[in-house]
Design a protein around this ligand. Structure first.
Ligand SMILES: [Zn+2]
Length: 372
């Protein structure tokens, strides 16, 4: 097996980074006209800065207002707008759905794409894949693109304005990165790009975990005050770059598959991807029989930043046998990353681990309350 490491061509981050968008694009040789896809709020927040930055760089641009869903219809609308403009570069600015739409349209048209995430809620912005859900919000499939974004530009001043819960969700997604990567590396299985893991990717995944433990609580504090601090800068890098490179180039295992299984239960739909992944990680740790000290470190961190530890906290106060079975079967569907675990995984085993993780979380919360 060959080892494969994949990443965006350039990653730029910092307070007010949007003012450098035009310059960063010309540095990479990205050409005009530029079509920017964004939702109403982000347009209101950034349109003037785009104008100034792209004008200064000599890049003509137009803004397409995002329709709200990463659906086939919306992707076609973006493609039509890009064709009309004769766009040579597509920029997506916003949350996951906007970025996914921009990437899908750019991939179909063979154009370079720039991702400007305005929230640090998941590990998706740096990757060359999107998660596709059904209209009902159930995980459907991973969609793979030929290459990673040409540029990922993260303006931490914008991230600091977003609701703190989104940053916490991003920490949940990033919390699983090292554990899933480690399972893949130790098992010599393929990463998300079909190659073996490099030592580089594994080291980045581990740094992701260390950064969360070190900077997570202080970064959360910063977003509550809507300010940019060094801790927030480091944490945003962990959620976006380290987690993104770690999962894509080292691989995913049980935690993300459990997440995909949980999406079968409608009760979980109001909860963010990273919140469900955080619970999925507890299930993975139970299934792998992880040492108590490891589990407690994860429980401790999750408690401190407010990540869910129980089924009730992801919208499933009761998970009856039938639905539990459906979740477990979806999590173990053929091709799921849960089969990267070093032992044979059955739906029955997953159902047990889900209930055990929930009991563990409930017990932990109860003991924490008693100590207060
Ligand atoms: Zn994820």
């Amino acid at each position: 097996m060959l080892t494969v490491f994949t990443s965006p061509s350039r990653y730029t981050q910092g307070k007010g980074a949007t003012t450098a968008l035009g310059h960063e694009m010309t540095t990479l040789g990205l050409e005009e006209p530029v079509l920017i896809i964004a939702g109403k709020t982000v347009i209101g927040l950034l349109a003037r800065t785009w104008q100034q930055s792209l004008d200064e760089a000599g890049l003509r641009h137009a803004v397409h207002r995002f329709g709200g869903e990463c659906s086939l219809t919306e992707i076609e609308r973006v493609k039509a707008a890009a064709r009309e403009l004769r766009a040579r570069t597509i920029v997506g600015a916003g949350g996951g759905k906007v970025l996914d739409t921009a990437r899908a349209a750019a991939a179909d048209l063979g154009l370079p794409v720039v991702n400007c995430p305005t929230v640090a809620s998941s590990d998706a912005p740096c990757s060359a894949l999107s998660v596709i859900y059904t209209e009902e919000g159930i995980f459907q499939q991973y969609r793979f693109y030929r290459k990673n974004p040409d540029l990922v530009l993260v303006d931490t001043e914008v991230i600091a304005q977003a609701p703190p819960r989104l940053l916490v969700a991003g920490m949940g997604d990033a919390l699983a990165t090292w554990f899933e990567a480690k399972t893949c590396v130790e098992g010599y299985v393929k990463n998300m790009r079909g190659g073996g893991s490099t030592r580089s990717a594994a080291a980045l995944a581990e740094l992701c975990y260390k950064t969360l433990l070190e900077d997570g609580p202080a970064a959360l504090q910063a977003t509550r005050t809507k300010v940019v601090t060094p801790a927030l800068e480091r944490l945003v890098e962990a959620n976006t770059l380290l987690s993104g490179l770690g999962f894509e180039s080292s691989g995913l295992a049980a935690a993300h598959a459990i997440h995909n299984g949980l999406t079968v239960a409608p009760g979980t739909h109001p909860y963010f991807h990273g919140e469900k992944v955080a619970f999925g990680l507890l299930v993975q740790l139970v299934m792998e029989g992880s040492p108590r000290a490891t589990v407690e470190q994860v429980l401790d961190f999750s408690t401190e930043v407010g990540l869910p530890l129980t089924l009730a906290e992801i919208g499933l106060p009761e998970l009856a046998g039938d639905l539990l079975g459906q979740v477990a079967r979806r999590a173990t569907a053929p091709g799921e990353t849960i089969h990267n675990e070093p032992f044979e995984v059955t739906p029955d085993m997953v159902a047990d681990a889900i209930l055990a993780a929930d009991a563990l979380g409930r017990d932990w919360k109860k003991r924490n309350l008693e100590h207060q």
